[in-house]
Structure formats: structure tokens, C-alpha cells
Design a protein around this ligand. Sequence first.
Ligand code: ACM
Length: 267
Amino acid sequence: MKIGYVQFNVEFGEVRKNIDKISELTHEKEFDLLVLPELANSGYKFSETEELEELSEEAGKGEFSRFLLKLAKEKSATIVAGFCEKEIKDGKAKFFNSSILVTKKGDVKVYRKIHLYYDEKIWFTPGDSGLNVFNIDGVEIGMMICFDWFFPESARTLALKGAQIICHPSNLVMPYCQRAMFTRALENCVFTITANRTGKDVKKDGELKFTGGSIIYDPKGNVLANSDDIKEECTITEINSKIAENKNLNKKNNLFEDRYPEFYWLK
Ligand code: ACM
């Protein structure tokens, strides 16, 4: 199957422009699974609640979701994208830093980011969806978002639930993740797709620069694709997702069977 990512400079507050950029970058590309950056509809650096109200949408219902569903159908593909999610309950809005998975058949799945980074704690509610794996056309797909990588339990949970491919929409500001995902892929024997953004969010109250370097690892930690820190591009590579099912490291070690959960301290 063909998997890949779009790396681009998400423009803060410019949902339509971001959609147009994704359209342009994917125009001549073919893929079965594509991953877009974190908060790919809205941009990252929020300064006031009104921005969240304006730039968020209910999963599967807003302009960005509708665009992704259309693209998934046109490309006959599964697409995973970070987006600013609004949930309205009892007349009150909650905002989540979420990832949406859409299929060519129109299915919609959502993961809500658990580990919020820095000022995200001001704007977003910590995710309540749990870490789930979805079987899409025989491929087991999990989602986690950006800073979740720093908590190895996130990728481990997805792998133990059977994920073959971990989709990882990101807006990375620190320099570690792109290299660290080598370990997440290797220790869990999974494919990882980290789709990062480039550019800056420049606001009155400060700016943030994002590090690009989107990267795909295979279950042996080989780099299958890697972008530089500025280029906007859609990069696709061919894989066999089934190789992530075999957790044997050698004839005597199996990564999952050799675990000793009774000795692990997880609380
Ligand atoms: C991050 O989690 N966006 C750093």
C-alpha cells in the first residue's frame, strides 16, 4: 500500500487557504493512507477563546471535515488530519486538539489528544477518546498527536491494541521527536508517520516556529521518507503493512511475548 504525509505551513486562522494548500500538494499524488499535520485547519498558536470558537468544527460536519471526506473519496484513500474540534454538550462548547480519520466510504473516527503541550492546556480539554485502533480495509491504524510521543505508553497502547501503522499529526517545536520516533517504531515494531508542519505562527502575544522534518519509519527503524525543515510537500512511499504483525526480533525474542507487565509500574 502507498502511505505518506503532507508537510506544509499551516496559516493561522485561514481554514480555506489551508484546504487549498492541501488540495494543491495532493493534486497529482496517489496514496492509500495520508497523514496531515496537527491542527491543520486552524493553525496552532491560539490567543483567545473567540479564535477557537471561530476556527473549530464538530467532527465530520464542518468545512474541513467535508473537504477531507471528499478528498478521501476522490483518491479512494484513508486520510488522517489534526484539527481543532468543537463539541457542544448541554449548550456549552468544549474544544479538543483532535485527529480525524476519514475513509473513502465516508466513515469518520476521532482521536482527542491526551497529552497537551504547554499553552494547549489553556485552550483545550485533555482527550477523552482513549487510544484506539481502527481496521480500515484490513489495515490496523492508530492515531496519536504530537506531544503524545513523549509518553511511550501512547504508542505502546496502540501497538498492543494491534496497530500496524501509527499516524502522528504534529506541530513540533522541540528538536527531538523526529529522531525519537525511531525508538517508537522499533520498540513496537510498527510503521510510524509523523506529519509535521513548517513555518511560524506569529501573533501579537508572541510567535512559535515549527520544525518540519516529517518522517516515516518502518518497524525496523529504517527511514522510508524524510522532509527537510521548510519544504511544503506531499511525500508517498510503498509499504507492506503486514510486516508489522511479526513481533519476533530474532528466533528467541518476541517483543510482546517477552514483556513482564507484573514488574512494570504504570500508575
Ligand atoms: C505539540 O505537542 N504540538 C508540541
